[in-house]
Design a protein around this ligand. Sequence first.
Ligand code: FE
Length: 341
Amino acid sequence: MPKFPRKFVLAAALLAALPALAQEKVLNLYSSRHYQTDEALYAGFTKATGIKVNRIEAGEDALIERIRNEGERSPGDVLVTVDAGRLWRAEQLGLFQPIKSDVLDKRIPANLREPGGHWFGFSTRARLIAYNKAKVKAGEITTYEDLADPKWKGRVCMRSSTNIYNLSLLGAMIDHLGEQKAEQWAKGVRANLAVDPKGGDTDQLKNVAAGQCDVTITNQYYYARLLRSQKPDERQVGERIGIVFPNQKTWGTHVNISGAGVMKHAPNREAAVKFLEYLASDDAQRYFADGNNEWPVVAGVKVDNPVLADFPDFKRDALNVAMLGKNQPSSQKIYDRVAWK
Ligand code: FE
């Protein structure tokens, strides 16, 4: 190797690095997602825009807490998380700034984004009724309201009421039924519980398959994960379970979102908006949704996912998902009053 004076080598290195430092565009993404398809998702964005994605991953609630603590000094540009109820909480804490984007307004259905542009849904999930096929006949239960029927006494498993999925579901029921009937429902379901609420959706499904209870509520992707599992015992759990898309003849099945917003103090605001617009593109929609067996929000985008392909077309609740957040304080009070843990 030829020898150059040390000074020369340093100067050359600096010259090479400077333009890169000045020009490298980055996006700091705070995300509670960690799916296999995410790599392709971020690579696609960098390829299209030249903007590098720095990922900071943590659990959903921990992430919001972290951003809160960072305050104005937060390097975060975009927050990606699940459930409109959680996005609403982040909005209430002042973590987002409103975004006006024709691309997002055009691509994302109005009921799947916050009307003020603080956050946007990029995939949907549905809260289904799941039952043990050996104990419950198909058609025996068709609505969320049915779960409160005394017929199911001692036969229902549910996760905790502090869980955001249940808070959001009750938020939808408050909107459709009114607070009084929603409370009666919660009281009835609480009275039907076979065991105290414990564990996540997958635990409820396992309890149903094992015969500890006969019915539960789950997001579709937990069921899909069991069916697609590499582990035979998990596939067996999935095979013992029947699913219902509730309320097809009334207000439709409760749907929620995975979503994102641009953070209040985003140092790279322009890149952040571009990233959200990218998430609404056909390719990104496919990766984003498939990563968690969810449905794209953009009309006409199809995901190549065998489990989703087997699901029927179904009537979805048309409620704006921001209502799930607005009703969250009432939901929590109702659950507390009926002593659903
Ligand atoms: Fe989940």
